[in-house]
Design a protein around this ligand. Structure first.
Ligand code: NAG
Ligand code: NAG
Ligand code: NAG
Ligand code: NAG
Length: 184
Protein backbone atom coordinates (compact mmCIF):
# COMPACT_ATOMS: atom_id res chain seq x y z
CA UNK A 1 0.00 0.00 0.00
CA UNK A 2 1.12 3.51 -0.81
CA UNK A 3 0.51 6.18 1.84
CA UNK A 4 -0.44 8.66 -0.90
CA UNK A 5 -3.46 6.43 -1.56
CA UNK A 6 -4.85 7.10 1.94
CA UNK A 7 -7.04 10.20 2.25
CA UNK A 8 -5.81 12.78 4.72
CA UNK A 9 -8.18 13.56 7.59
CA UNK A 10 -9.00 16.93 6.06
CA UNK A 11 -9.76 15.41 2.66
CA UNK A 12 -11.89 12.78 4.33
CA UNK A 13 -13.92 15.45 6.16
CA UNK A 14 -14.43 17.29 2.86
CA UNK A 15 -15.62 14.05 1.26
CA UNK A 16 -18.00 13.46 4.17
CA UNK A 17 -19.42 16.99 4.07
CA UNK A 18 -19.94 16.91 0.29
CA UNK A 19 -21.55 13.48 0.46
CA UNK A 20 -24.08 14.25 3.17
CA UNK A 21 -24.86 17.69 1.72
CA UNK A 22 -25.93 16.00 -1.48
CA UNK A 23 -27.79 13.12 0.19
CA UNK A 24 -25.24 10.45 -0.77
CA UNK A 25 -23.76 7.43 0.94
CA UNK A 26 -20.13 7.30 1.89
CA UNK A 27 -18.32 3.99 1.61
CA UNK A 28 -15.04 3.78 3.49
CA UNK A 29 -12.54 1.09 2.72
CA UNK A 30 -10.04 0.11 5.41
CA UNK A 31 -8.48 -3.11 4.15
CA UNK A 32 -6.88 -5.26 6.89
CA UNK A 33 -3.42 -6.72 6.48
CA UNK A 34 -2.88 -10.41 5.61
CA UNK A 35 -3.30 -11.34 9.29
CA UNK A 36 -6.60 -9.54 9.51
CA UNK A 37 -5.17 -6.68 11.54
CA UNK A 38 -6.11 -3.03 11.17
CA UNK A 39 -3.06 -1.13 9.97
CA UNK A 40 -1.88 1.68 12.28
CA UNK A 41 -2.52 4.36 9.63
CA UNK A 42 -6.15 3.20 9.39
CA UNK A 43 -6.51 3.00 13.14
CA UNK A 44 -5.30 6.59 13.42
CA UNK A 45 -7.64 7.73 10.64
CA UNK A 46 -10.64 5.91 12.15
CA UNK A 47 -10.03 7.41 15.58
CA UNK A 48 -9.68 10.93 14.18
CA UNK A 49 -12.76 10.52 11.99
CA UNK A 50 -14.65 9.30 15.07
CA UNK A 51 -13.53 12.35 17.01
CA UNK A 52 -14.63 14.73 14.27
CA UNK A 53 -17.99 13.03 13.82
CA UNK A 54 -18.52 12.79 17.58
CA UNK A 55 -17.91 16.50 17.99
CA UNK A 56 -20.23 17.39 15.09
CA UNK A 57 -22.90 14.72 15.24
CA UNK A 58 -25.67 17.29 15.41
CA UNK A 59 -24.72 18.42 11.87
CA UNK A 60 -24.38 14.85 10.57
CA UNK A 61 -26.75 12.23 12.01
CA UNK A 62 -30.40 12.44 10.87
CA UNK A 63 -29.75 15.62 8.91
CA UNK A 64 -30.86 16.09 5.31
CA UNK A 65 -29.59 18.12 2.39
CA UNK A 66 -30.71 21.76 2.39
CA UNK A 67 -32.19 23.70 -0.52
CA UNK A 68 -28.64 24.63 -1.61
CA UNK A 69 -25.79 22.16 -1.36
CA UNK A 70 -22.73 24.41 -1.42
CA UNK A 71 -21.70 28.05 -1.28
CA UNK A 72 -18.70 30.29 -1.89
CA UNK A 73 -16.91 28.28 -4.56
CA UNK A 74 -17.70 24.95 -2.91
CA UNK A 75 -15.71 25.80 0.23
CA UNK A 76 -18.94 25.59 2.27
CA UNK A 77 -21.36 22.66 2.29
CA UNK A 78 -24.78 22.64 3.95
CA UNK A 79 -26.86 20.12 5.84
CA UNK A 80 -30.09 20.87 7.69
CA UNK A 81 -32.69 19.69 10.13
CA UNK A 82 -36.26 20.67 11.01
CA UNK A 83 -37.29 21.48 14.56
CA UNK A 84 -40.69 20.07 13.82
CA UNK A 85 -40.79 17.56 11.00
CA UNK A 86 -44.28 16.30 11.69
CA UNK A 87 -46.31 16.29 8.50
CA UNK A 88 -43.15 15.97 6.35
CA UNK A 89 -42.32 12.87 4.32
CA UNK A 90 -39.58 11.07 6.31
CA UNK A 91 -37.99 10.03 2.99
CA UNK A 92 -37.87 13.58 1.57
CA UNK A 93 -34.66 14.40 -0.30
CA UNK A 94 -34.12 17.77 1.34
CA UNK A 95 -35.43 20.15 3.98
CA UNK A 96 -37.15 23.36 2.87
CA UNK A 97 -36.01 26.69 4.30
CA UNK A 98 -38.58 27.86 6.86
CA UNK A 99 -37.54 30.67 9.17
CA UNK A 100 -38.94 29.20 12.36
CA UNK A 101 -38.37 25.56 11.56
CA UNK A 102 -35.10 25.00 9.69
CA UNK A 103 -31.65 24.72 11.27
CA UNK A 104 -28.82 24.99 8.75
CA UNK A 105 -25.33 23.56 9.34
CA UNK A 106 -22.49 25.00 7.26
CA UNK A 107 -19.33 22.90 6.97
CA UNK A 108 -16.62 25.46 6.28
CA UNK A 109 -13.79 23.49 4.72
CA UNK A 110 -11.31 26.30 4.20
CA UNK A 111 -10.37 28.96 6.69
CA UNK A 112 -11.29 32.26 5.01
CA UNK A 113 -8.16 34.39 4.55
CA UNK A 114 -9.81 37.58 5.81
CA UNK A 115 -11.71 35.75 8.61
CA UNK A 116 -15.00 36.58 6.89
CA UNK A 117 -17.24 33.60 6.10
CA UNK A 118 -19.53 34.51 3.20
CA UNK A 119 -22.78 32.64 2.80
CA UNK A 120 -24.54 34.49 -0.02
CA UNK A 121 -27.21 31.80 -0.33
CA UNK A 122 -28.49 32.34 3.23
CA UNK A 123 -30.81 35.30 3.78
CA UNK A 124 -30.68 36.57 7.37
CA UNK A 125 -33.56 38.00 9.40
CA UNK A 126 -33.46 40.04 12.59
CA UNK A 127 -33.82 36.77 14.52
CA UNK A 128 -30.98 34.90 12.78
CA UNK A 129 -28.30 33.45 15.06
CA UNK A 130 -24.97 31.80 14.23
CA UNK A 131 -23.15 29.52 16.67
CA UNK A 132 -19.85 27.77 16.26
CA UNK A 133 -20.96 24.16 16.56
CA UNK A 134 -19.51 22.34 19.56
CA UNK A 135 -19.12 25.60 21.51
CA UNK A 136 -21.41 28.27 22.85
CA UNK A 137 -19.67 30.96 20.84
CA UNK A 138 -22.15 33.22 19.05
CA UNK A 139 -20.93 34.88 15.90
CA UNK A 140 -22.15 38.16 14.39
CA UNK A 141 -24.78 38.13 11.66
CA UNK A 142 -23.92 40.60 8.90
CA UNK A 143 -26.18 41.35 5.94
CA UNK A 144 -24.28 41.13 2.69
CA UNK A 145 -24.60 43.70 -0.15
CA UNK A 146 -26.59 41.32 -2.30
CA UNK A 147 -28.95 40.11 0.47
CA UNK A 148 -26.90 37.13 1.62
CA UNK A 149 -25.14 36.68 4.92
CA UNK A 150 -21.65 37.00 6.31
CA UNK A 151 -20.03 36.39 9.66
CA UNK A 152 -16.62 37.04 11.14
CA UNK A 153 -14.49 34.44 12.87
CA UNK A 154 -11.72 36.91 13.68
CA UNK A 155 -10.11 36.07 16.99
CA UNK A 156 -11.49 32.53 17.03
CA UNK A 157 -9.28 29.63 16.08
CA UNK A 158 -10.90 26.37 14.96
CA UNK A 159 -11.61 25.30 18.53
CA UNK A 160 -12.15 21.60 18.08
CA UNK A 161 -9.67 20.78 15.33
CA UNK A 162 -7.17 23.64 15.22
CA UNK A 163 -4.75 21.77 13.00
CA UNK A 164 -7.39 21.29 10.31
CA UNK A 165 -8.89 24.78 10.08
CA UNK A 166 -12.27 23.18 9.49
CA UNK A 167 -15.37 24.18 11.43
CA UNK A 168 -19.14 23.96 11.36
CA UNK A 169 -21.58 26.84 11.85
CA UNK A 170 -25.11 26.33 13.16
CA UNK A 171 -27.51 28.87 11.67
CA UNK A 172 -31.01 29.39 13.02
CA UNK A 173 -33.92 31.59 11.95
CA UNK A 174 -32.70 32.47 8.46
CA UNK A 175 -35.40 33.81 6.14
CA UNK A 176 -37.91 31.63 4.31
CA UNK A 177 -36.87 30.72 0.76
CA UNK A 178 -39.08 28.93 -1.67
CA UNK A 179 -36.53 26.89 -3.63
CA UNK A 180 -36.83 23.35 -4.92
CA UNK A 181 -33.34 21.95 -5.55
CA UNK A 182 -34.77 19.02 -7.50
CA UNK A 183 -36.02 21.30 -10.27
CA UNK A 184 -33.77 21.72 -13.33
C1 NAG B 1 -22.79 23.57 -5.86
O1 NAG B 1 -23.66 24.68 -5.91
C2 NAG B 1 -23.96 25.13 -7.22
C3 NAG B 1 -24.77 26.39 -7.08
O2 NAG B 1 -25.88 26.20 -6.23
C4 NAG B 1 -24.68 24.05 -7.98
O3 NAG B 1 -24.93 24.45 -9.31
C5 NAG B 1 -23.84 22.79 -7.99
O4 NAG B 1 -24.58 21.75 -8.57
C6 NAG B 1 -23.47 22.41 -6.56
N1 NAG B 1 -22.58 21.27 -6.63
C7 NAG B 1 -22.95 20.11 -6.11
C8 NAG B 1 -21.97 19.00 -6.27
O5 NAG B 1 -24.00 19.95 -5.52
C1 NAG C 1 -45.51 20.54 14.50
O1 NAG C 1 -46.15 20.72 13.26
C2 NAG C 1 -47.45 20.15 13.21
C3 NAG C 1 -47.93 20.24 11.75
O2 NAG C 1 -47.76 21.52 11.24
C4 NAG C 1 -48.35 20.88 14.19
O3 NAG C 1 -49.65 20.33 14.17
C5 NAG C 1 -47.75 20.72 15.60
O4 NAG C 1 -48.49 21.50 16.52
C6 NAG C 1 -46.29 21.19 15.62
N1 NAG C 1 -45.70 20.86 16.90
C7 NAG C 1 -45.03 21.74 17.63
C8 NAG C 1 -44.43 21.24 18.90
O5 NAG C 1 -44.88 22.90 17.28
C1 NAG D 1 -41.60 33.13 12.93
O1 NAG D 1 -42.13 33.26 14.25
C2 NAG D 1 -42.26 34.61 14.64
C3 NAG D 1 -42.64 34.62 16.13
O2 NAG D 1 -43.59 33.64 16.41
C4 NAG D 1 -43.28 35.30 13.76
O3 NAG D 1 -43.41 36.65 14.13
C5 NAG D 1 -42.80 35.23 12.31
O4 NAG D 1 -43.78 35.75 11.45
C6 NAG D 1 -42.52 33.78 11.92
N1 NAG D 1 -41.90 33.79 10.60
C7 NAG D 1 -42.38 33.10 9.57
C8 NAG D 1 -41.67 33.26 8.28
O5 NAG D 1 -43.36 32.38 9.66
C1 NAG E 1 -23.08 25.47 26.41
O1 NAG E 1 -23.94 26.03 27.38
C2 NAG E 1 -24.80 25.07 28.01
C3 NAG E 1 -25.79 25.80 28.88
O2 NAG E 1 -25.19 26.86 29.56
C4 NAG E 1 -23.92 24.07 28.74
O3 NAG E 1 -24.73 23.10 29.36
C5 NAG E 1 -22.98 23.41 27.77
O4 NAG E 1 -22.10 22.54 28.46
C6 NAG E 1 -22.16 24.44 27.02
N1 NAG E 1 -21.41 23.75 25.96
C7 NAG E 1 -20.13 24.00 25.70
C8 NAG E 1 -19.51 23.20 24.62
O5 NAG E 1 -19.49 24.85 26.30
Amino acid sequence: MDISGVLSLKDFIAELAITISTGGNLVMNFPPDKNGRVLPIFEERLRDIGKFIGAHEEAIYTTKPWIFQNDTDSTIWYTSRLRNASGFDPYRYYNPQQENNTIIYAFVLEWPIDNIVSMPLIIPTRKTTITLLGTNISLPVVLDFDGGMETSIAGISAPLFPSLDVFVLKIEYAADQNVNPLED
